[in-house]
Structures are given as C-alpha cells and as structure tokens.
Design a protein around this ligand. Structure first.
Ligand code: FPP
Length: 252
C-alpha cells in the first residue's frame, strides 16, 4: 500500500508513533477550550475579548504541559461548525490566531514545540493559512511537545476526508481495518488522546476527536477556559491518575 506523504499538510507523520514514557502522565492531552464567551460576558466585555483572554492563557498551559511531561497537546481552536458564529466574532478570532502565531512562534520554536495543524485549510483566511504553514515548517524538527492546533476541524469531516483519501488511492476493502483508518486521519502517527479536558461545564464532545477519543478519559470542569491555569491542569491529571482504564476489559 502506498501512502502519499502529505495529504493533510503534515509530511512524514504517517509512520511515526510516539510511545508513553511514564504511565502516570497522560502522554496525549486534548482540550476543548470552552467558556471564553461566558468569561467575557461576566465582565461586560465583547466575546472577542474572551477569545483574546483564552489565547493569552496558552503560554502557561504549554509551559505546564512541558513541566508535567505531556508529549502531545491537541487544542480545539475552531470547529467546522464555528463558521455559523457572527461574522465579527469569526473575523476577530482569525485575527487573534494570526497575531498569536506571529508573536509566539520563535519562542515556541526555541522551546522545542512542534506545531501541527489538524483540520481543513479551505475557508481559513489566506494570511492565516500562510502563517500556519510556515509555523509548521519552522518547527517540524522539534520534539519536546507536539502541539496540534485543531482549526476548521470536525471529527466527522476528518472521517469523510479519510474515506475520500482511501477511495482515491483505490484501497481494497479487505485492506481496511481500524489501524488503516487511524493512519488516514489528520492525527496519523500519533497515539490517541489519553485525556480529553473540557472547560466550562458542558458534557459533550462537540465533534472533537470522535474516532481517536473512543477510549479517552474525559474530565469536565466548570472553570472557564481563560481561568484554567496550571493548578487546574494538575487537578485534571490527578483525576486521570485515579481512573481505571479498562479499554473494554473488566474492572480490577
Ligand atoms: C469556545 O468558547 C472557544 C472557542 C470557539 C475558541 C477557542 C480558541 C482560542 C482560545 C484560541 C486558541 C489559539 C491557538 C493558537 C490554539 P465559546 O466562545 O464557545 O464560549 P461560550 O460557550 O462561553 O460562549
């Protein structure tokens, strides 16, 4: 079976799988960063101010992830459904994303963070697309922390894209199993998330990593994303450590 190197703008990832070094630390943490709007409303600020505060929160969370020994962090920045939001909010968020890449890229690179994009590039403004592509290229050699930015991402769209790619390549049905599908997802080569955190109290997956999250542990906190700090991350990891992960097996 031949697999093209760069279907999803992330060359050379299909064969590489990272393995956990410490079973007490989740290797791959994914976060649904919810509550920016409510954080802003509580302060009588526009929603975009909430997204700015949420973005400002990334630094300390990235640092905390490195300190905790987490190897992969996947952040849900913008879903395929978020285009339904008011135009000024969408445009504001795109501008914030562009500015944060410009401002933080060199330091992230120096800190050993490898930036990847998961999602569809179509509809993403051209300026932001260019920034993402150059950030991915500049940091591709880093291996301290993989930061997957889920932007214009949807779990169902991801599965549609995988099926399309498999059909385009003429894969025979007999050669398609669960591993094959995993390899055709945007997260190809990465282990599934061990822990999915959702801030601001909602108990749903919102189309985030729906294939990869099949056996992830979920942690939901009422804390709004801009207020989710190092100590909140620590609480989530402590909870994770108490879980009995059975992957369909029987209880200890
Ligand atoms: C959900 O809160 C948050 C978003 C849709 C955007 C999250 C994006 C960021 C914090 C920017 C991240 C940047 C990078 C580079 C990863 P909401 O608006 O749905 O809040 P609400 O439910 O309280 O209204």
């Amino acid at each position: 079976m031949t697999i093209p190197a760069a279907i999803y703008d992330q060359p050379m990832t299909r064969a590489r799988t990272i393995t956990a070094t410490d079973t007490r630390t989740p290797n791959h943490v994914a976060i649904i960063m919810d509550g920016n709007g409510r954080w802003a409303r509580k302060r009588n600020l526009p929603r975009v101010a909430g997204h700015q505060a949420g973005t400002n929160n990334l630094r300390r969370i990235l640092r905390a992830c490195v300190d905790q020994g987490i190897k992969i962090l996947t952040l849900y920045a913008f879903s395929t459904e978020n285009w339904r939001r008011p135009e000024d909010e969408v445009n504001g968020l795109m501008r914030i994303l562009e500015a944060v890449i410009e401002r933080e890229l060199d330091e992230l690179d120096r800190s050993g963070v490898q930036i990847r994009h998961i999602g569809r590039m179509e509809r993403v403004p051209a300026g932001l697309q260019a920034k993402i592509k150059s950030a991915v290229a500049q940091t591709s050699h880093n291996d301290r922390l993989i930061l997957n930015v889920a932007l214009n991402y949807g779990g169902r769209a991801e599965i549609v894209d995988a099926v399309r790619a498999m059909l385009t390549e003429g894969l025979h049905p007999d050669f398609i199993d669960e591993d094959t599908i995993s390899r055709y997802l945007y997260t190809c080569g990465l282990p599934d998330p061990d822990l999915i955190i959702r801030t601001s109290g909602e108990y749903r997956s919102s189309n985030f990593l729906i294939w990869q999250g099949a056996y992830s542990e979920f942690y939901v906190t009422d804390v709004y994303w801009p207020d989710f700090d190092e100590s909140e991350l620590k609480k989530a990891i402590e909870q994770f450590n108490k879980r009995d992960r059975r992957f369909g097996g029987i209880a200890k």
